[in-house]
Design a protein around this ligand. Sequence first.
Ligand SMILES: Cc1cc2nc3c(=O)[nH]c(=O)nc-3n(C[C@H](O)[C@H](O)[C@H](O)COP(=O)(O)OP(=O)(O)OC[C@H]3O[C@@H](n4cnc5c(N)ncnc54)[C@H](O)[C@@H]3O)c2cc1C
Length: 440
Amino acid sequence: MTDTYARTTTSAWRNWAGTVTARPARTESPASVDELVDVLRRANEDGLKVKPVGTGHSFTATAATDGVLIRPDLLTGIRDIDRTTMTVTVEAGTPLKRLNTALAREGLSLTNMGDIMEQTIAGATSTGTHGTGRDSASISAQIRALELVTADGTVLVCSEQENPEVFAAARVGLGALGVITAVTLAVEPVFLLTAREEPMTFDRVTGDFDQLVAENEHFEFYWFPHTGNCNTKRNNRSAGPAAPPSRVSSWIDDELLSNGIFQVACSVGRAIPPAIPSIAKLSSRALSARTYTDIPYKVFTSPRRVKFVEMEYAVPREQAVAALRELKAMVERSPLKISFPVEVRTAPADDMALSTASGRDSAYIAVHLYKGTPHRSYFTAVERIMTAHSGRPHWGKIHTRDAAYLAEVYPRFGEFTAVRDRLDPDRMFGNDYLRRVLGD
Ligand SMILES: Cc1cc2nc3c(=O)[nH]c(=O)nc-3n(C[C@H](O)[C@H](O)[C@H](O)COP(=O)(O)OP(=O)(O)OC[C@H]3O[C@@H](n4cnc5c(N)ncnc54)[C@H](O)[C@@H]3O)c2cc1C
């Protein structure tokens, strides 16, 4: 054993939401591809399964293992920026936060991203993390090449030209195909986005949904259960000048309202559920319109300090409004008291086998509950509605679907499992979650 393995530990692992705990036989933090290959070889010798983990922001047990847990902490940083191809290659464990700030310093940016930037690039893309977009899709769709180490220790590079069948599978690879060590992403010169946040009624948003999606590069909205109120957000490219929210206004909106007061409201709601509808009416009426212009990551992402659990389904875009109306009617006729807004986003069809938007224009409907609130009855009722619309669950968010269901809603499911059979025939990267969703 070399001194490299001073970085081997055996502590327990928990995800961000605190809903999944794992006790790996050991935890390794390789600092190079060679060290990683050695970690896999030793796991093989010891008959242990292997699971690379990001920052544990998945709500599902997708990253859990009782074998060797591979932490990304020493596989971070930018490897290369190529201004001819307009791509950046980063180590797989690089947090999105570090990627976004480093790109901005270089005058570059990703085209689209999700709500937060705590995750690692490999972790985020392995479950298909997305934001909202009319023309631009998930972070995985912005990948141009991947380097991954497979079960037999091969370092495999894939792109549209090289190993294209692996590329189609591994951009949303669920950690099932190997350990990603580097990700090459398309970038563009940094640009400005103008965000327009505006309260709107549920009836207006759902009535005008197609138009709102068509007229904006990035449209999303939140509906407040027990009310007819929504908050909408339209992000569109702008010629500038930059006009970020003032420090005070951003503190009030992003920290005080979205985190501080929201945390108190959620705690009160959890202790006294009958108070939730009144709190929802009050807080949704307190929303006001605001407009600001800034670089992409400052507009797309914001801190999320209130802990929650989440389920999110992608439904065919044309069925989104029907599914949402059913969800609203279900909440209204049930005794459920829901303190968290429902988030609605969109994505264009993409070409990755297990992307939630694979082959179809999609709308995402996400439901959340404050951490510690029993979620089963709400999530079961929502899941019943979403699956009736051929919904595809986010791979990193709570759901109960199995391989039989998923094979029906993903026409390219067999293509993914064939790549997996070839790259990981002995299921070195298997765990209980993958057994459920992929069938073995
Ligand atoms: C507060 C919060 C906000 C969120 N916002 C959004 C959002 O806006 N949009 C959205 O779509 N999702 C969102 N999510 C979900 C989140 O983006 C995904 O669950 C994402 O996968 C988490 O990334 P991670 O780095 O924490 O990876 P983990 O959760 O640690 O791991 C996820 C998967 O990636 C695999 N993996 C990790 N590293 C590697 C590697 N090197 N090689 C191969 N496989 C690897 C793991 O094995 C696992 O299967 C949010 C989650 C939270 C908690």
